[in-house]
Design a protein around this ligand. Structure first.
Ligand code: UD1
Length: 422
């Protein structure tokens, strides 16, 4: 397995182009299952998670092809021939469960494997199930699979979610576009990826109102047609690269970045003494002073501080002047990067869902282990400012969510290279 070697101490300068959002693309791809006509996605990120979703869709009979640049994907489900999402693919990636809603809506039945445990917590599917049941689905768990069917198709209904789950909102939103009558999702997730999904569905003829708020109303239609849709900018990749010059020193412009995607994150950077300037091309970031100031962070659903930026923020706070408290409210068990950062000399105390980070002036490079996607990149960020070399092992997770990280950081002056494993 590949590793990433980072030599700390180089200030950064230049531009980094931010890719399309992994989490948006992963929910936009299953949209193909709702239509006979082709769906073209542009600005798609080039990631292994996208390949996993392609493999899953192909196993259902979808034709998937990507253009030379790898950023344009054309999906066509006119020859859909299976409604079985197999454990062998689903276990690799939880987002595979996003085929459940579309398959049920189009075919009236589906068997979808439960994703199983995940490094960052239990991540059950009860909210998806209760919501689809409210729309008339009958769902039974057997042999590790959800066996879902409808009696004459899904029916619109009031669908209140007990928690604003991103995936459950996406599954219901997709399913409701072809359901009979009106569906109202209450306590819907408001993430930009949901807004992007609704924009794509509307371009295909769906009738949706209220995306981006807690109440989404969908009027079912008989069919959806093809469309071309540009995937929204990845706000997590954006936030990650915004932290790079704060940790390493220097100034970086993140191309394609928009404040509205990272508002709560920028508020915390602001409180830490980081300057973020909106330019015509993106967001320009630099640290005022020698060290960022300590700041407390609580992860929340959008528009709150994203859990997917918590690990990277912790990397920054390891160098901050003062003590910060980080509270993780979305996932249990999402501090696996803390012991690795501590191996580099960080001072962190973890108690349940709370981590107290006392900033130090320098960290020391060390061999560390990447345990999940965002944890891996937080170790790379820390390595940018650590003394000596940091070897981030097992970067399999990193490649799921960050395209060409070593090229992007290398181009702005970081000393970083990929070491090929077997
Ligand atoms: C999505 C993102 C992920 C991000 C997360 C929260 C994708 C592909 N992934 O994941 O990167 O970290 O949103 O912003 O878009 N839960 C239940 N029952 C359910 C569903 C969820 O208890 O039926 C719990 C989960 O265990 C978790 C919390 O709700 O603790 C958040 O999950 P959810 O919003 O569903 O996240 P995902 O859609 O899985």
């Amino acid at each position: 397995m590949d590793s990433i070697l980072v030599k700390g101490g180089s200030a950064l300068s230049g531009e980094i182009e931010i890719a399309g959002a992994k989490n948006a693309a992963l929910t936009l791809m299953p949209v193909t299952l709702l239509s006979d006509e082709p769906l073209t996605l542009t600005n798609s990120p080039r990631l292994s998670d996208i390949k996993t979703m392609s493999a899953l869709l192909k196993s259902l009979g979808t034709e998937v092809s990507s253009m030379q640049d790898g950023k344009t994907i054309v999906l066509s489900s006119h020859g859909l021939n299976s409604t079985h999402a197999d454990y062998e693919i689903v276990r690799k990636m939880r987002a595979s469960n996003l085929v459940l809603g579309p398959l049920l809506a189009r075919e009236g039945h589906a068997t979808v494997s439960l994703p199983g445990g995940c490094a960052i917590g239990a991540r059950p599917m009860d909210i998806h199930i209760t919501a689809l049941e409210a729309m008339g689905a009958e769902i039974e768990l057997k042999d590790g699979y959800l066996h879902a069917k409808t009696n004459g198709g899904l029916k619109g209904n009031l669908v209140p979610l007990r928690f604003a789950s991103v995936g459950a909102t996406e599954n219901v939103l997709m399913a409701a576009t072809l359901a009979k009558g009106t569906t109202v999702i209450e306590n819907a997730a408001r993430e930009p990826e949901i807004v992007d999904l609704a924009r794509c569905l509307k371009a295909m003829g769906a009738q949706i109102e209220g995306e981006g708020t807690s109440r989404i109303e969908i009027q079912g239609v008989d069919r959806l047609h093809g469309a071309t849709h540009r995937v929204v900018t990845d706000r997590i990749e954006l936030g990650t690269y915004m932290l790079a010059p704060v940790i390493a020193g220097g100034e970086v412009e993140c191309l394609g970045g928009k404040l509205e995607l990272v508002q709560s994150f920028v508020e915390k950077l602001d409180a830490s003494g980081v300057s973020v300037e909106e330019t015509a091309r993106g967001l320009k970031v630099k640290l005022n002073g020698d060290r960022p100031k300590a700041v407390d962070v609580v992860t929340e659903v959008f528009p709150g501080f994203p859990t997917d930026l918590q690990a990277q923020m912790m990397a920054m706070l390891c160098f901050a002047d003062g003590t910060s408290v980080l509270e993780e409210k979305i996932f249990e068990n999402r501090f696996m990067h803390a012991p690795e950062l501590m191996r580099m000399g960080a001072k962190i105390d973890v108690h349940g869902g709370t981590a107290t980070v006392t900033g130090v002036e320098t960290l020391k490079g060390a061999p560390v282990m990447a345990t999940d996607l965002r944890a891996s990149v937080s170790l790379i960020l820390a390595g940018l400012a650590a003394e000596g070399e940091t070897l981030v092992n097992r970067v399999y997770h990193l490649d799921r969510g960050y395209e060409r990280v070593e090229e992007k950081l290398g181009a702005v002056g970081a000393k970083i290279e990929r070491i090929k494993g077997e």
